[in-house]
Structures are given as C-alpha cells and as structure tokens.
Design a protein around this ligand. Structure first.
Ligand code: C5P
Length: 201
C-alpha cells in the first residue's frame, strides 16, 4: 500500500538530510520538490518565461548539476509565488507520491497542498542563523565562494517570500509533527523523525 511521508520546512532546516535518511530507512522513493522550482528558476535566468518553463518541465531537468547555487535558489523562490507555475507542477508531485513502494516528498506545501492525506507529516524548523550557518558550510564545501551575511540574507528573504505568498504559503499542516533541529545533531534529528513516523505506521 502507498505510504506517503510529507516533510516541509524553511530553507536549510535539515529537510533534505532527514528526507534522504528516512527514505533510505523505509526503502521509499524520495523527491526533493525544491528541485522542480529550482529547475524552473534556472530556466528563467536563461530567458525562458516562468509558466512556460514549468509547463514543459521534464524529469531530466531535475538532474542538472548547477541547481544548488544561491542565484538559482532566489530565482526558484520568485517563480514559486506564481500560481500558474505551482499548478503546472502539482501532477508530477502527486504521481510521485502515489508510488506503490512508498514515497517521501520534501518541500514547503507537501502536507498542506500537494499531499494533504499523507500518512505522516513532519515540519522541520531551526533558527534562521543556524540554517544560514549550515547552508554556508555546505556551499563552501561545494567549492562556492560566499560570505555568511549574504547567505543569512538569502535565507531571510526566501523565508519572507515563502511564508508571505498567497498561494500555498509555507506553514505547518494542522496535523504535522514539528521538529526543531536547532539543538539536534543530524543523527538525533533523523532518529526523532523515524520515531515519529513509526508511531503512525
Ligand atoms: O527547498 P529548496 O531550497 O530547494 O527550494 C527552493 C525554493 O523553491 C524555495 O525557496 C521555495 O520558494 C520553492 N519551493 C516551493 N514549494 C516547494 C518546494 C520549494 O515553493 N514544495
């Protein structure tokens, strides 16, 4: 039977790490839905219209290796406010969520809009400073030249845009379990997530 796990939260709260570990633990498929918006954002940076890019998005576009840059992240959060862009990406996400083996989707609106009937919903948070620090280290480790203040600014701007938009704003679903990872190690955060999901299986 399909079992869907929705993991939402702001940028760099630990969603990606937790989602990958949870998917591996249960043997489920994993979709990082931010990649859809990043792939659209990237095409907009090269001159394609946002709605057209979203409507023509192909699974291969999610494999591009330059989707993780701060420029693409900003472009992604700008296209993500456009209702037609969001609408064009719904089916892809819902089809993925119904995979028979079980699926983990992480993003901003999985528990509220994409999969409101998900069997388990997590909302992963951490303070903006801690999230910016994690993202900063990750970008540096990937060889990008960035400074901390710029990364913190980027996180705050994206938070404001994600929480303030009219269509599918970032917020916890009423039945989501909240996990604040500010004081947790990666292993503790993963263990907490698995404990909460097991309680719903
Ligand atoms: O998660 P990630 O940082 O890769 O997401 C990039 C941007 O895509 C977010 O800032 C957000 O604006 C948008 N997004 C969204 N809904 C999702 C996933 C991502 O609006 N489900």
């Amino acid at each position: 039977m399909a079992f869907t796990i929705a993991i939402d939260g702001p940028a760099a709260a630990g969603k990606g790490t937790i989602s990958k570990a949870v998917a591996a633990h249960y043997g489920f498929a994993h979709l990082d839905t931010g990649l859809l918006y990043r792939a659209v954002g990237k095409q907009v940076l090269t001159g394609t219209a946002a709605i057209e890019a979203a409507q023509n998005l192909r699974a291969e576009d999610l494999q591009a290796d330059d989707l993780r840059t701060p420029e693409v992240a900003q472009a992604a959060s700008k296209v993500a406010v456009i209702p037609e862009v969001r609408a064009a990406l719904v089916d892809f996400q819902r089809v993925f969520a119904r995979r028979s083996g079980g699926a983990v989707l992480d993003g901003r609106d999985i528990g509220t809009v994409i999969c409101p009937d998900a069997e388990a919903k997590l909302f992963v948070t951490a303070s903006a400073e801690i999230r910016a620090d994690r993202r900063f280290r990750e970008l540096v480790a990937n060889g990008l030249r960035v400074d901390f203040e710029t990364v913190l600014d980027d996180v705050r701007q994206r938070d404001a845009r994600d929480m303030g938009r009219k269509d599918a704003p970032l917020r916890p679903a009423d039945d989501a379990i909240q996990i604040d990872t500010s004081e947790l190690s990666i292993d503790e955060a993963i263990a907490t997530a698995i404990r909460e999901i097991d309680a719903r299986r």
